[in-house]
Write a protein of this length. Structure first.
Lengths: 116, 113
């Protein structure tokens, strides 16, 4: 149980384009979803926290207009990287939690974004 | 906000020996401390976690200890095996599950055959 999927797993795009990444909880309703970014050989950094039906809460230094997050349902959150630039190239990982999971977060497999 | 420090950044041990990774945190309100194992290009895998009402937890070869007063927690792996080689991250979180995790910088554990 508690499976989280992400799509796509890998994406290459041109500079200036927008990319949408989907995060789905497959067998549970995720009241909260999180988006993390991980640069090569670095740690995971929390970008934002999203709750279904409300605006995402962004961490300091993360541009909300550049990283658009929509948590449209209890099983789906999307991250759109707008006007992507090479420095946005990274591994984006989502996680999801639900109240009786006692704080445990369930991670998706990640999306490797490469901006040319 | 929370700040998590993790040491060492790289740890090399002989197969069969024990490995210890240490983390400190800054926010006394943090009450959930998971440890993750991550292989290259893969998602983090939860290997063990501990909550602030417990001082120690063990699961077979893996144990975690927590010292709330000193604000540090440690991962102990005994009888290490080659498949234990990976990057390990500690993390801390406050609140009732609605907050994101603050991760340490990771430890690259190398098990020498």
């Amino acid at each position: 149980g508690a499976v989280v999927s992400q799509h796509p797993s890998r994406v290459i795009c041109k500079s200036g384009t927008s990319v949408k990444i989907e995060c789905r909880s497959l067998d549970f309703q995720a009241t909260t979803m999180f988006w993390y970014r991980q640069f090569p050989k670095k740690s995971l950094m929390l970008m934002a926290t999203s709750n279904e039906g409300s605006k995402a809460t962004y961490e300091q230094g993360v541009e909300k207009d550049k990283f658009l997050i929509n948590h449209a349902s209890l099983t789906l959150s999307t991250l759109t990287v707008t006007s992507a630039h090479p420095e946005d190239s990274s591994f984006y990982i989502c996680s999801a939690s639900y109240p009786i999971a006692h704080n445990e977060q369930f991670f998706g497999p990640g999306t490797r974004l490469t901006v040319l | 906000g929370e700040n998590v420090e993790q040491h060492p950044s790289t740890l090399s041990v002989q197969e069969g020996d024990s490995a210890v990774i240490k983390c400190t945190y800054s926010d006394s309100a943090s009450n959930y401390f998971p440890w993750y194992k991550q292989e290259l290009g893969k998602r983090p895998q939860l290997i063990i976690d501990i909550r602030s009402n417990v001082g120690e937890k063990k699961d077979q070869r893996i144990a975690v200890t927590l010292n709330k007063t000193a604000k540090h927690f440690s991962l102990h792996i005994t009888e290490t095996q080659p498949e234990d080689s990976a990057v390990y991250f500690c993390a801390a979180m406050e609140g009732g599950g609605a907050d994101g995790l603050t991760f340490g910088k990771g430890t690259h554990l190398i098990i020498q055959p």
